[in-house]
Design a protein around this ligand. Structure first.
Ligand code: OAD
Length: 233
């Protein structure tokens, strides 16, 4: 790392949760838990077959009970605790492993499995149980709750806050993401433009690997604690 670091933005993807036992999206067969992404992760899929889409996310939500944060989530939580408000962790993941490890400065840009979104009033409510189509909003009572997942074609959450942090970043770190999905895949360019040092930590080179100043290849449970140790030393 080449210069003094104060403001840090960390982007995480499915690879950080892989060693906890959660499947990544783009496995060798191109399927996510046996489904094509467009069959479970688009507004059209939800309109066409709400039972299938709701059940798919019910299964993913239930699976959270079987998994634990790993050393990579824990290292980022330790960084969060020590670094203060100049850190922002942005995750594309809809699991809750970052917060269960203790991270607090966290944005779920693609939504959360443990949240339900009311299509009628726009309220997001905490949700731990199965969510059948027609479930009622605890705010407005309309029977229109859906999984609080940002589907393809929908706007990710809190982009203003994320871009504001990227514009200030001295260091941008991308962990366990294939770089296939925008806008997250473009964050490295925004951070570079702002003068940040950029590091990728991933098992394989991502689609945007060449855009990073450094690309470190290996499992997140080794690479992330290493990086955090360096930052905190
Ligand atoms: P992907 O499944 O596309 O990519 C996961 C990346 O993690 C790959 O580049 C793997 O090489 C890497 N990886 C796997 N195991 C790892 C490990 N143990 N340590 C480090 N890296 C590892 O997942 P994302 O990039 O997160 O969107 O996918 C982005 C978005 O596409 C998701 O948020 C989701 C999906 O459609 C929505 O649900 C809206």
């Amino acid at each position: 790392m080449t210069h003094d670091i104060r403001n840090i933005v960390i982007l995480t993807g499915a690879g950080i949760s892989a060693e906890s036992g959660l499947a990544t999206f783009r496995g060798p067969d191109g399927l996510w838990e046996g489904h094509r992404v467009e069959d479970v992760c688009t507004p059209e899929a939800l309109a066409r077959d709400p039972v299938l889409v709701h059940r798919f996310y019910d299964e993913r939500r239930a699976k959270l009970a079987d998994v634990q944060p790993n050393a990579a989530h824990e290292a980022l939580a330790a960084l969060d605790a020590s670094w203060g408000d100049d850190l922002l962790i942005v995750t594309q993941n809809v699991d809750d492993l970052h917060e269960r490890a203790g991270a607090r400065r966290l944005i779920h840009m693609h939504g959360e499995l443990r949240s339900a979104l009311c299509v009628a009033c726009g309220k997001a409510v905490s949700w731990g149980d199965p969510l059948p189509p027609g479930s009622s909003c605890t705010g407005c009572a309309a029977p229109r709750l859906r999984p609080d997942i940002v589907f393809f074609g929908e706007m990710p959450y809190r982009m203003d806050r994320i871009y504001a942090a990227l514009e200030q970043a001295d260091l941008f770190v991308s962990i366990g993401t294939s770089g296939a999905v925008y806008p997250a895949a473009g964050f490295v360019q925004t951070a570079r433009h702002a003068g940040a040092h950029t590091i990728e930590l991933n098992l394989d080179p991502s689609a945007g690997s060449a855009l990073f100043d450094e690309s470190r290849l290996g499992p997140a449970t080794l690479l992330v604690p290493d990086l955090v140790r360096t930052l905190l030393s």
